[in-house]
Design a protein around this ligand. Structure first.
Ligand code: FAD
Length: 238
């Protein structure tokens, strides 16, 4: 049976870009404003599908996490990775431009656990920020540890206070590999107890490998939220 509730709550919005902030050389924060945003429920770290034009003019959609939503607008943080309509749009868009999107879509779970571990690249950082913020607001005594693979030290991203994060630079290695996060995980395994719940967000095939690597912590799939956020073999504009 189709997920009727999920389909029914996804709406189309015609918004305006109200504010743009450079969070880092490769991450741009966009605040979108639309009159009907407050009429909808926006689940934890849900996402929107932004309607964009590919190079050949075809319509494509790209998904971005809702980092926050308040009276100032809906905030998303887009990685400027340099290829594809999403990255091109986020790099070039200006304040006052219209943007059409569909949402809300999806939701990131935050079950009760004493300590949480998140493995992510840049694309998953907004979701990790939203999830950790919710977890620590609900349970201030919880531990939230993040291994974040980023291009370099300039890509440090604002995570909520109380989150412990290791910034792991991939340097000139291409994005989407597992080497950097796997090494971080091996280091962590030597030093800590078992996490109660884990998030793995990033390139689709890397996410599967990293999810399996979490078995060394005794984490079964029920205690891991693993989601591919992008595909290494995607052809730009498809
Ligand atoms: C639920 C969900 C939430 C997401 N939230 C965010 C978010 O908050 N912020 C965000 O920036 N992204 C987010 N993403 C990821 C984003 O949707 C993808 O990165 C998307 O592919 C970007 O589209 P594009 O047009 O820029 O590139 P595409 O046209 O899809 O791909 C073009 C080329 O760029 C490469 N590429 C795509 N994405 C990346 C990347 N992140 N890093 C390096 N290379 C890449 C591809 O492998 C391909 O070679 C999310 C994805 C999902 C499923």
């Amino acid at each position: 049976m189709p997920d009727v509730q999920r389909i029914a709550r996804t709406a189309q919005f015609r918004a305006t870009v109200a504010q743009i902030d450079a969070l880092s050389p490769r991450m741009r924060r966009l605040t979108l404003r639309a009159p009907e945003l407050a009429e909808h429920d926006w689940p934890l770290a849900c996402d929107i599908a932004v309607v964009l034009a590919a190079e050949d003019g075809r319509e494509v959609r790209r998904r971005y996490t809702v980092r926050s939503l308040d009276s100032a607008g809906l905030v998303l943080d887009a990685v400027l990775h340099g290829h594809g309509p999403g990255s091109a749009w986020a790099a070039a868009v200006t304040v006052g431009e219209p943007v059409t999107f569909f949402g809300p879509r999806g939701e990131v779970p935050a079950p009760e656990a004493g300590w949480y571990l998140a493995l992510t690249d840049e694309a998953g950082l907004p979701a990790v920020a939203a999830a950790s913020e919710a977890v620590l607001a609900r349970t201030p005594t919880a531990s939230f540890r993040v291994l974040a693979e980023v291009h370099d030290a300039a890509e440090v991203y604002p995570l909520p206070p109380g989150v412990r994060v290791d910034w792991l630079s991939r340097g000139e290695r291409p994005a989407g590999g597992v080497e950097v996060l796997n090494a971080g995980l091996a280091e962590l395994a030597r030093a800590t107890d078992r996490p109660g719940y884990a998030y793995v967000l990033g390139e689709s095939r890397a996410v599967v490998t990293l999810r399996d690597a979490l078995a060394q912590f005794g984490l079964d799939r029920e205690h891991v939220y693993a989601k591919g956020y992008w595909n290494l073999n995607a052809r730009a504009g498809r």
